[in-house]
Each structure stands twice: as C-alpha cells, then as structure tokens.
Design a binder for this molecule. Structure first.
Ligand code: SAH
Length: 237
C-alpha cells in the first residue's frame, strides 16, 4: 500500500469515527416517540407531578447509556453502566424526584451520580445541583459526557457521599441513589429546615424513605415501599 492509500484510509476512518460520534448524540423523532411511550408507562404506574413528567419527557435517556443499547434505554428497567453500577429504573428516578419536591433554584445534593441521568432530571427542574460519585472511572466518563451535552451541575465532586458536602450545606433537598444500610447522620445535619432527604434504606432491598427536617432537632420520617438499588459504599474508589 502506498502512502496516499494509507492516508485516504485514515481519513475515511476518521470521518466514520466523527460521524459515529455525532450520531451518538442524536435525539431523533424515533427516540422521542419511544421515550414518550415509556413516560406514559411511568405515569400509569402512579407518577403525578407534571413538572417531573415534563422533565422525564425531555431528557434523552439513551444518551446516558453505552451505544448499542437503544432497545434497553426506553424500557422501564435499570441497566448496567460502567464499574458494575446501574442507571436507575425510570420509574424509580421519577418516584424519588417527585418525593424530593424540587422547586426552581432549590439547592439539591445528589449522592451517586452514576450515568448522570438523575442529575439531568434535577437540572431540567432548574435546581442548583451538587452531585457526588465515588467511582473514579464513572466520575471521569460522566464528567466528559456532561461537558459534551452542556449539563452544568454547580459542582460535580469525586468523593464519598456519606460525608455529604458540608462546605455547601444546608441543602433544600438531598437525594441518595444507592441503597444505604442506615440513614447517615451527616446528611441529616446538612438539611435546611423544611429540607427533604430521599433515601432508600436497607441491605438486600431497601425501603424508600423521606425525612423532612421540621426544626433544628426534629425530623419527620415517611416510608414509601420497597425498591432495589446498588449499595451505598464508604470511601472513594
Ligand atoms: N443516579 C444514578 C444511579 C447510579 S447507581 C443514575 O441514574 O445513573 C448508584 C451510584 O452511586 C453508583 O454510580 C455508585 O458508584 C454510587 N455510589 C455508591 N456509594 C457512593 C458514595 N458513598 N458516594 C458517592 N457515590 C456513591
């Protein structure tokens, strides 16, 4: 093969790569149709908050998963992402977001960024999002993805969410997207009066809890049924 042929092959390959990348960020009418069907299903399962539903209709879930899994993106199921983690089930994301009762400008802390899908829903609701991920590989990947997509959390931190983010506290809402063996006291301390912590608590499966701070010392606890999450782990990795 002479140099010209090699060069032209390289150019073609580069172009294919470029085209594939553009394609990866596409949200076509077909995607939108599939997504609307999925969100109709989520609504049929009991989600009522119109703003949450609108946000779910907007965020292109297929782009938060590795390419080639389109047929899984628009089913109401959790799905594996990098580092042995999962992107949460759409119904669960909607359910937790509804419980959080986010208003525009609310300061919200998310523990367990993962793919960034839940983060994007919170951003769509116009809250100021602080989000923490403990897996370095996932952190780097999702950071690149946020940049590419123009998603702008106030802070995206590589660290241990058990500790919360004391330098930014208090928060109007804290959402934990991994199963916690018990409610971390540090997170309760970082709630505003009136602030809500939404957290799945348990080891094998988890009870969804919402804990609202009523005063400096009083908290109201509510339970919302059983869910299944990957575990909340200590320390970063
Ligand atoms: N919200 C994510 C769910 C990802 S699964 C999404 O929609 O994709 C839960 C995530 O929590 C995993 O990425 C896991 O690495 C992370 N995690 C577990 N323990 C953590 C901790 N102590 N601090 C921060 N992140 C944690």
């Amino acid at each position: 093969m002479n140099a010209d042929v090699i060069l032209s092959c390289l150019k073609t390959l580069n172009f294919a790569n470029f085209a594939a990348q553009i394609n990866l960020l596409k949200d076509t009418l077909k995607h939108k149709g599939l997504r609307n069907k999925l969100i109709d299903e989520v609504v049929a399962k009991g989600i009522k908050d119109p703003l949450v539903i609108e946000a779910m209709r907007k965020v292109p879930r297929h782009l938060f998963m590795d390419s080639g899994f389109l047929e899984h993106a628009y089913q109401d199921k959790a799905f594996p992402i990098s580092a042995g983690q999962t992107i949460s089930q759409p119904y669960t994301v909607a359910f937790q977001t509804e419980l959080l009762q986010v208003k525009p400008k609310d300061k919200v802390l998310e523990i367990g960024t993962g793919s960034g899908y839940q983060t994007a829903i919170l951003l769509e609701l116009k809250s100021q999002v602080y989000t923490i991920e403990r897996q370095l590989e996932l952190f780097k990947k999702t950071q690149l993805f946020f940049d590419k997509m123009g998603y702008r959390p106030k802070k995206f931190v590589f660290g241990d969410g058990y500790k919360g983010l004391p330098e930014e506290a208090p928060f109007d809402g804290i959402i934990v997207t991994a199963g916690a063996p018990e409610v971390p006291k540090t997170l309760l301390e970082q709630l505003n009066i009136g602030g809500r912590l939404v957290i799945p608590v348990g080891v094998d499966d988890q009870e969804m809890m919402r804990i609202t701070r009523i005063s400096e010392t009083e908290f109201k606890r509510e339970q919302f049924g059983t869910f299944r999450f990957v575990p909340l782990l200590e320390d970063k990795n």
